[in-house]
Design a protein around this ligand. Structure first.
Ligand code: CA
Length: 200
């Protein structure tokens, strides 16, 4: 099949797959980056032309979330993918070839990120948001705190129970001692009545 026929088939594929967004030119710099959200983006880049066709996308990351990108190179394609911060500094990078999939991520809740694609051929980006690491850490700390609180409560309850049991034992022992005290005079040897004289 000729290359133009493959390209038309590719465009038809994009038009019938729901939720797939095609890259919209011009998007060759951060300044005119295509604004996207979570979803699947399909596009093509070309490094055999001057200037090379690269694609930029701008993503706003929701609060408490981190950005994840699954980048797949089309068959026979070789691509490079960057995630850049709002200043254009690289925060993640990968290359993918011939149908392979690579994942990139950027943990910046509430921040802005740019995705840059360069190379030669077609690609698909699956852009989605996951829980940020700080959220995960908060959950772990929350679980640990709840567990620790539970242990402390069980220990306090056990100590109170032990104190109550010891108190009851002391009271019972004291009561038992009082009941066993002999009446006055009990246990003394019988007294010698002394000599007996007949009465006159
Ligand atoms: Ca472009």
């Amino acid at each position: 099949m000729k290359k133009w026929a493959v390209f038309i088939v590719f465009l038809l594929f994009l038009s019938v797959v729901p939720g797939v967004v095609a890259d919209v030119e011009p998007n060759d710099s951060m300044e005119n980056a295509e604004v996207i959200g979570a979803g699947t983006i399909s596009g093509s880049v070309q490094d055999k032309v001057e200037p090379p066709d690269v694609d930029y996308y701008r993503v706003e990351i929701p609060e408490h979330k981190m950005l994840k990108v699954n980048a797949t190179a089309g068959l026979g394609s070789t691509i490079e993918v960057w995630i850049l911060n709002e200043n254009g500094d690289m925060v993640d990078y990968t290359t993918a070839q011939n149908g392979s999939l690579r994942q990139l991520w950027y943990d910046k809740p509430g921040g802005v990120a740019y995705i840059k694609v360069a190379g030669n051929g077609t690609y698909t980006l699956k852009v989605y948001f996951d829980r940020s690491l700080s959220e995960e850490l908060e959950d772990v700390l929350d679980t640990v705190t709840k567990g620790f609180t539970r242990i402390v409560m069980v220990c306090v309850a056990a100590i109170i129970l032990i104190i109550v049991v010891i108190g009851v034992i002391i009271i019972l022992v004291n009561r038992s001692k009082k009941q066993n005290v002999p009446p006055p005079g009990a246990g003394l040897p019988p007294q010698y009545p002394g000599p007996q004289y007949p009465s006159q």
